[in-house]
Design a protein around this ligand. Structure first.
Ligand code: BTN
Length: 247
């Protein structure tokens, strides 16, 4: 995998996309110290100051079918959670589908994008932002956002964390690729899932509802018992909230 490291870029996802197109590489890793146009899910921006956080994206040409790509976001969430646990010895939770949480605060977000060629996947980009050494957030984020340093008191090395996440992701990707589902990774994922057994509000554009989260399917959907039926919630379509706040 080719590795590109930037002091500053617009967004490592954009940079990775451009490099995938220009170089034709099979796989690459792009990291940056700072982003001027960091992007989050649902069209939001990702505040990306220099020095304190990890911003990176992996670009991969993959034969995985388009409808199976969203599961890879959960794979990255698990890889990053385990890497952070290894370096801090602190438990990291996953808020479905892919926010990493320590002590109720979001410390990492993941944005997966794909570029199609016809009906097949040309390549995917998985972008990861981890708040590693951050000590303060803008007011509008302070309620939900945290960092590894703020939540654990530990200042871990960003480069080492990057290496650990990528190592784990590569191993788990090979497992995912075999079946194109989470069969081999579901148990590990559910062991980190903070929504498990908890009441959640599903913000479905077709109608909101409340239920108890009961794990995931092998495709990565969240199972929610609304009292009458077990419903499957697809990542990307809806947002899931705890009843009493972010978690
Ligand atoms: C989220 O909304 O939770 C996803 C945030 C993803 C942020 C990362 S930072 C590195 C990569 N480049 C981007 O522009 N976004 C992702």
């Amino acid at each position: 995998m080719e590795f590109y490291s930037f002091n500053i870029t617009d967004s490592t996802n954009e940079q990775a996309k451009r490099l995938m197109q220009q170089t034709g590489a099979k796989g690459l890793l792009v990291s940056a110290e700072e982003q001027t146009a960091g992007r989050g899910r649902r069209g939001r921006s990702w505040v990306s100051p220099g020095g304190t956080s990890l911003y990176f994206s992996i670009g991969l040409r993959t034969g995985i079918r388009p409808e199976r790509i969203s599961g890879l976001t959960l794979v990255m969430a698990l890889a990053a959670a385990e890497a952070i646990e290894e370096l801090t010895s602190v438990q990291v939770g996953i808020k479905w589908p892919n926010d990493l949480v320590i002590d109720g605060k979001k410390i990492c977000g993941i944005l997966t994008e794909m570029t199609l060629r016809g009906t097949e996947v040309d390549f995917i980009i998985i972008g990861v932002g981890v708040n590693v050494l951050t000590e303060e957030f803008p007011e509008e984020l302070a309620k939900t956002a945290g960092s590894i340093r703020m939540q654990t008191g530990q200042s871990i090395d960003k480069e080492q964390l990057l290496r650990k996440i990528v190592e784990r992701f590569e191993t788990m990707y090979a497992v995912y690729e075999k079946t194109e589902n989470l069969q081999g990774l579901k148990a590990g994922y559910e062991a980190h899932l903070i929504n498990l057994g908890k009441e959640v509000r599903v913000l479905d554009p077709k109608g909101e509802y409340t239920g108890i989260a009961g794990g995931i399917t092998e495709s990565g959907e969240l199972l929610v018992d609304d009292g009458e039926h077990i419903r499957t919630v697809y990542a990307g379509e809806v947002s899931v909230r705890g009843l009493y706040g972010y978690v």
